[in-house]
Design a protein around this ligand. Sequence first.
Ligand SMILES: [Zn+2]
Length: 389
Amino acid sequence: MSYELTDALNEVDPEIFERLKKEITPESLYQYLKPIADTHAPSQSTAWTRAKVIEGLLGSEFLSRQNVTFIRNFENTGNTVLMLGNDQRKKKVWLLAHLDMITYLIEPEENGAFPLTPICYHLMEPGEREAVALGFNISNSSYEIVTHGVIRVEDREMKPSFIPNDAVPLHPGMRVCFHSELSWDRDTGVVRGSLDDAGGVAALIRAAVFLADYDIELLLGLTDEEEGKAGLGSQTICRGGARLPRYFDQPELVIASDIHEAAEMYGGKGPDNFGLGDGASFAEKSAHGVGEITPPHLYELKRKLAEELDMVGIRLRENLGGYLSRTEGINAMYRTPNISLMGFLGENRHFQRDVESANISDLVDLSKAIVCFAFLTTTQLWHDFWKLQ
Ligand SMILES: [Zn+2]
């Protein structure tokens, strides 16, 4: 086989694969993943919650670089952006992932329990999971935990409810979300915690920090309100992200990242050809074709990229037969067909049977593969690719 794509990357920087190997490691990924995953970020709160944590993780030295812009609440859209380059509108590459976690609204108390209205695909099976109620403290402008407790599901047909540990008054305007603390088994690579979509977010941030050393116009959009009340229309999901594209000119490539099903669950199953820990995942379509679809020419390029990356130790697997839910590309597809779905396999999305789990090595591969794909847009090869002969 030929090595056109990796050669093109090497032409821009002969050290790129060495640098990737040295700098994007499980340890360096974990430094972003753990604090983001452990921060409760119910829908509509992200600019005050996880975005603040990310700002601290990036640090003032990085954020003061001339080619770096970070805005927690971009144009009051509720979305957080990290931009590389010097043109504020024209970004060649968009990297997108949702920053919030699935969320429940609180209804009036009934016998010590608070019925919950999911503003998400509620997938949890009968049982109990740890959860918190969060509220906004208007006197110091911050989201705070009001109480810990559990989300209880007695019957799939009934509303889930929140049982607080303390008898505190809860009211509408407070939000309930799952509580977990990320764990990492260094022998197996297995991470357990709130990974949808802290996993994608951490991989994209790590990639963007790496790419900040190069001359690239890039938007990293970390969106709010990943989902609304479950329904068939595409506006039931990726609601916050819909407010973002109007501020930017046409991109050449959009990479939308999220958790991909590792096993049988709501919507579909895991891939037929690989499993957890075998590498990052990419697929042609989401939600059986309801959502994003990658055009054939871009898909072929990605298949070739995956094949070549394998030779340099970066594992990007073509997901055959597995299910991907819709993600942030569904808004970008109204601007460009060039959407690439890249993510990582995970189990128990939305805490279906247990806490979410994935393998950190897949996140490392995802982050590296995203760097390579984004970086490819700076090469002559990419430029020539779009000369439609
Ligand atoms: Zn997600």
